[in-house]
Structures are given as structure tokens and as C-alpha cells.
Design a binder for this molecule. Structure first.
Ligand code: PLP
Length: 359
């Protein structure tokens, strides 16, 4: 069935292995972030054999689906008050920045008679979640330590997400020094110091990762074989783990300029076209309801994506060396947004390609 998202498990496992080795050599644990492929259970089960230390996701529904996998689970999006019952149930560790929420979590943990582990988020300048000012950090720590059913195991930061701020020796160094101050001041172990996502990896190659950082949370790096600060390929990894395969539903020669007075397109935008004369155009059965089309790349380098409406994506196949016919399949590699949307769409089938075992 098409369109479909194909997932090559062998390649994904290789990526996970290489990244785990790289991190472990640098005394870092790996929290594998599973959100970009909706934490598909059979996929996560396979990869988690490669030396991963924690499973991490921003959605509690995803962690719920991973309950049968025997690894500690981290909720990495600070939770909504309305989901705290689930957080206690399905996450072993959760990330936080709001005292009000942590207190409510403590109340629920008390009722269930358990101790829940939390990590305090520190904002080092990317301006998404986390405590920004020093006073706020230490005030929060003091208040958290008063809560009987909450254990503060560490601090974490997130960079290169909203503000695009790169991790550095300086900003992660500040995280490390906040951790040691908290340890001294409150006599805590505090051994979970999470130094960011796939954009922090480049610091390992430069030898600039502060040694007090104890783990990284890796999504993109495992999935695409790329570090996320500069988009550099990681040696020996695969960049074609995920492929989107679509079917051609129309091929016709048509002009490149629409005929008639131009109003707005299906999304209310005023379109702008370049006249390239008559071209050979193919339509594949996928659209903006399924994928972020700015985030898909045709594997056939001679194909250009002209655009899409909600259910049709239009390709220029004029220059392709392949003689496409209606019913043929066209393959695409995905960028982050493309993978997120294809994995999430219920109209995109998922096909897991397992290692072929030779007898
Ligand atoms: C998504 C996310 C990650 C993973 O980011 P990648 O760039 O995919 O490695 C890590 N931490 C948090 C808090 C996230 O939301």
C-alpha cells in the first residue's frame, strides 16, 4: 500500500550502535529520543538492543507504548498538569521547569506511595523551556528538596531548538558549574547532567564537551546519521534509514505556467511560477495533509518537486533518465519535518524492513 514510509531496521541499528559507542567512549550515556517516528514499538524494540541507556520521548502516549521494553523512560517535554497521572505511570524520569507542576506531581506520587525522579530544566539562552536566572534555579531546587515523593536526580538543557543557539564549551560549562554548585550547597548526588540533543555531538569531536556532562538525548543523529549543529554526516552511519515511497497517479505533458487569471492557491497563498515551457509532469498520491513537502528529497536527482495541494504532489520528471509510467513508484529521502509528518500521518503506511537472514 502507498504512500508508505519504509524503515530499514538494520541501518537504524547500525546508526544506534555507532552513536552509543561514540558517547560511551566519552563517558556519556545515551537517551534515545523516539518521537520523530512516533516511537513505533517494534522499531524501538530492535534498536534498544544496541546499547542504549534510556528511552526518551516528548509525548507520554509514546512512552506508554514502550512499556514492555526494559529501559528507563524519560519524558523530555515538561508535562501538562492534566497528564501528571500518566507521567507517574509511564515515565521513570520527567523533565520540569515549573514548581507548581512539580508540587502536583508530588501529591500524586504520595497517593501512589512512590518516589518519582525529576530533572530540572535550565535555559542557557535558547529561550525555550527551563529556569533562566540563577536565583530561580536555586530557589526551585530548595523547594523541590522539601517534597517527600520527588527525587531530584539532575539538571538538563536544550539548545538549537527555538533560538538556534549552538552548544559550546561555555554554555554547557555553565550547566556543569550549576550542577556542582547544587551538589555542594545541598549535599546531593545529582548525577544526571543532560547536555542537550544531537547538536551537542560536535563538541565530542572537538574535545570541548565539559567532562561533568553525563548524557545526551539523541534523536536526529541516530535517525539520519547526522550531527545537528552543522549538519555534518557522522562517519560510518546511514543517511537513508527512512524512505518515503509514493505512487504515480498521473503523467502528462503540460505547460509550466497555469492558464487564466491567478488568484490564490488551496492554502490562500498567491503562487508564483517560472515559465519553463512544456514539461512532463507526474502527480503522486500524497499531499500536504500527509507531509511537509519542503522536507522531502527525491532519490532520483533529476526530479524536481513543483508543489503540492492537500492530496496531490506534482513533480517535474522532464529530465529524468527513467521512463516513468502511471503506477510506478517514486522514492524520497526525508528531512526532519518530513519524517515527523510522514510518521504521524495515518494515511502513510509504515513498512519495517527487517534484516534478511541468510540460511
Ligand atoms: C526532540 C528533543 C530532543 C532530541 O533532539 P534531536 O535533535 O532529534 O536529537 C532532545 N531533547 C528534547 C527536550 C527534545 O524535545
Amino acid at each position: 500500500m502507498y504512500p508508505r514510509l519504509e524503515i530499514d531496521i538494520k541501518k537504524l541499528r547500525e546508526n544506534a550502535r555507532i552513536l552509543c559507542d561514540k558517547c560511551h567512549k566519552n563517558n556519556l550515556k545515551v537517551a534515545m529520543v523516539t518521537k520523530s517516528y512516533c516511537a513505533m514499538q517494534s522499531v524501538v524494540e530492535e534498536i534498544s538492543k544496541e546499547g542504549i541507556d534510556y528511552l526518551a520521548d516528548s509525548r507520554i502516549q509514546n512512552l506508554k507504548n514502550l512499556q514492555n521494553i526494559d529501559l528507563p523512560k524519560i519524558l523530555i517535554r515538561i508535562p501538562m498538569i492534566s497528564e501528571l497521572e500518566e507521567v507517574i505511570k509511564y515515565a521513570d524520569i520527567s523533565f520540569h521547569s515549573e514548581l507548581l507542576v512539580i508540587k502536583r506531581l508530588n501529591d500524586i506520587a504520595k497517593l501512589k506511595n512512590i518516589i518519582h525522579k525529576i530533572v530540572l530544566m535550565i535555559d542557557l539562552g535558547d529561550l525555550r523551556e527551563g529556569c533562566f536566572y540563577d536565583e530561580e534555579i536555586y530557589y526551585n531546587v530548595e523547594k523541590i528538596l522539601e517534597l517527600e515523593n520527588i527525587e531530584l536526580i539532575g539538571i538538563a538543557t536544550n539548545l538549537t531548538c527555538y533560538g538556534g543557539v549552538l552548544p559550546s564549551k561555555d554554555n554547557l560549562g555553565r550547566l556543569a558549574s550549576i550542577a556542582s554548585k547544587i551538589r555542594e550547597k545541598y549535599d546531593l548526588k545529582l548525577d544526571f547532567i543532560s547536555g542537550g540533543n544531537s547538536s551537542s555531538l560536535y563538541l565530542l569531536d572537538n574535545g570541548e564537551m565539559p567532562k561533568d556532562i553525563t548524557n545526551l538525548r539523541l534523536g536526529e543523529a541516530i535517525v539520519f546519521g547526522k550531527e545537528a549543529a552543522y549538519g555534518k554526516k557522522i562517519d560510518n552511519t546511514n543517511d537513508d534509514v527512512f524512505k518515503l515511497v509514493c505512487e504515480i497517479i498521473e503523467i502528462k505533458k503540460k505547460p509550466s505556467l497555469p492558464i487564466g487569471e491567478i488568484g490564490v492557491d488551496a492554502f490562500g497563498n498567491i503562487p508564483n511560477y517560472e515559465d519553463k515551457g512544456i514539461m512532463k509532469r507526474a502527480i503522486v498520491g500524497i499531499g500536504k495533509q500527509d507531509i511537509d513537502i519542503s522536507s522531502v528529497i527525491p532519490c532520483d536527482k533529476c526530479i524536481d518537486i513543483l508543489g503540492a495541494s492537500s492530496d496531490h504532489m506534482i513533480l517535474d520528471i522532464t529530465n529524468s533518465k527513467k521512463d516513468y509510467e502511471v503506477g510506478d513508484k517514486v522514492e524520497f529521502l526525508l528531512k526532519y519535518g518530513g519524517l515527523l509528518s510522514a510518521a504521524t500521518s495515518k494515511y502513510v503506511y509504515k513498512k519495517i524492513i527487517k534484516e534478511t537472514v541468510l540460511a
